[in-house]
Design a protein around this ligand. Sequence first.
Ligand code: PRT
Ligand code: ZN
Length: 285
Amino acid sequence: MNKLKIALQKSGRLSEKSINILEECGIKFPNGGGKLIAESPNFPIEILFLRDDDIPQYVEQGVADVGILGENVIIESRKNISIVEKLGFSSCRLSLAIPKEINYTGISFFNDKKIATSYPNILSDFFKKNNINATIEVISGSVEISTGIGLAEGICDIVSSGSTLFSNGLKEVEKVLTSQAVMVSSQNLNLDKKTILEKLLFRVRAVNKAKEHKYILLNAPNGKLEKIIKILPGMNSPTILPLANEGWSSLHSVIGEDKFWDIIDELKEAGAEGILVVPIEKMIL
Ligand code: PRT
Ligand code: ZN
């Protein structure tokens, strides 16, 4: 049987999380040794460790079948590959920034300005869409220092916390793109490889769904159950079990991580007691 070749970033911000997600999917592979190729002993997959910028081309050419990398790199590459799953980690944005003492007058500020970036394709599309006529200065790293050394009047770079911009005396003025790690696939997978990818995606979705939810257990007097159930947007109707203490029940359900604290407050007000919240490891719907 064919193996699915998956390209991961060799070393960088995505490496550890990419490996973690495969491990959470129960896929083992030998670690260490600085190897560039690793085979899993328990899943038909082969891992290629590459620089993230090379992954789009390798996937387009079919050297790798799938890959994990940031959307920013995929869009910049303009390669013909498909995003098959958003993975929810390494979120960031690509933004335009200018020296903080300069007055920003809106996007037309960038007309006739020189902007340094490692993302010339994305930036030129953005300027075209907004009818801006600017010069793009392509540099491959340390973009944040470009204005300080007189190379450019603004920059377009990846921002996460914003502290790099801040410490270089810059302010973020326009968001060009938001990005997160995604799984990409070649357009021409054979049937065997498609089947393996489906199996992998099934596991990845179960792992990520679980991260977005919590299992909640609580006790309540029977008279208050109806009100409490209305607060809980569970997957199905909640499980209700009688407690040894007459007139009381234990209620189990699943809630979304994003609504978690609001729901807890409402539950307490509605009379819930002994609330336990537990992480879910896998969630298969
Ligand atoms: O060696 P290789 O080419 O494989 O790696 P790389 O150096 O090109 O990429 P790497 O490992 O730095 O980043 C990989 C991916 O992580 C990026 O393509 C993004 O999709 C994503 N990501 C998430 C980030 C950041 N957050 C991030 N903060 N990539 C880069 N940064 C840098 C940014 O360039 C800037 O210098 O961090 C600085 C800004 O961070 P804050 O927190 O100070 O705003
Ligand atoms: Zn890179």
